[in-house]
Design a binder for this molecule. Structure first.
Ligand code: GRF
Length: 217
């Protein structure tokens, strides 16, 4: 049986993309990573995907007159590649509402904060500045509004007294790499379904929809 074809959209180093590629390489994972697409031709993640024999496409957003034209080209690549699910993994472009509507329920994103807190950029700096004691990451369905879509899975990590943005980012990133493949599996298997503004999660055996990681000893 052929597996659903997933596109991973990146703009940079692609560590979350790698976590998806590695998970999908395991027997029994329910999707195939069919293509990696970057809006930046120099994204390091492109070379990493190629090293894993994953086809890559580069769509330089600067070559398009506006967002709608870029999104139309992106949509054409997704159709051409017969993609049915899209994973944004450090993809640093806002998408038009037409595009997000077309892919509603079939496009997910990972955000380095516990949404709905700390939408947008520089989440680790802002978490430290606010003095929160728990921080984390969220996988959610993508809607027209940035970092707002229905939540599929979250991981929480402690914020330690000595943290810098870099140490906190590293602790969160390690959990991103756990929950992104797990959330993709739930979506691909139809066990995480859009239910209005929420995501209904069916019975799970292995992967909880939230992970709480204890402080290091
Ligand atoms: C990750 O922290 C992700 O949550 C955010 O951007 C970063 C991308 O990192 N959206 P990488 O390219 O996956 O290494």
């Amino acid at each position: 049986m052929t597996k659903p074809r997933v596109a991973v959209l990146i703009s940079g180093r692609g560590s979350n993309m790698m976590s998806l590629i590695e998970a999908a390489a395991a027997p029994g994972f329910p999707v195939e990573i069919a293509v990696v697409i970057s809006n930046r031709p120099d994204a390091h993640g492109l070379a990493r995907a190629q090293a894993c024999n994953i086809p890559t496409r580069s769509l330089d957003h600067k070559a398009f007159p506006d967002r709608a034209a870029f999104d139309a080209a992106l949509d054409a690549v997704l159709e051409e590649e017969q993609v049915t699910l899209v994973c944004l993994a450090g993809f640093m472009r806002l998408l038009t509402s037409g595009f997000t509507q077309k892919w509603a329920g079939r496009m997910i994103n990972i955000h380095p904060a516990l949404l709905p807190s700390f939408k947008g950029l520089h989440t680790h700096e802002r978490a430290l500045a606010e003095g929160v004691k728990i921080h984390g990451a969220t996988v959610h369905f993508v809607t027209a509004e940035m970092d707002v879509g229905p939540i599929i899975m979250q991981a929480a990590v402690p914020v330690l007294e000595a943290d810098t943005p870099d140490t906190l980012a590293a602790r969160v990133l390690a959990q991103e790499h756990v929950i992104y493949p797990a959330a993709l599996r739930l979506v691909a298997e139809g066990r995480a379904r859009l239910d209005g503004a929420r995501v209904a999660i069916d019975e799970f055996e292995i992967t909880p929809p939230a992970l709480v990681v204890p402080p290091a000893p």
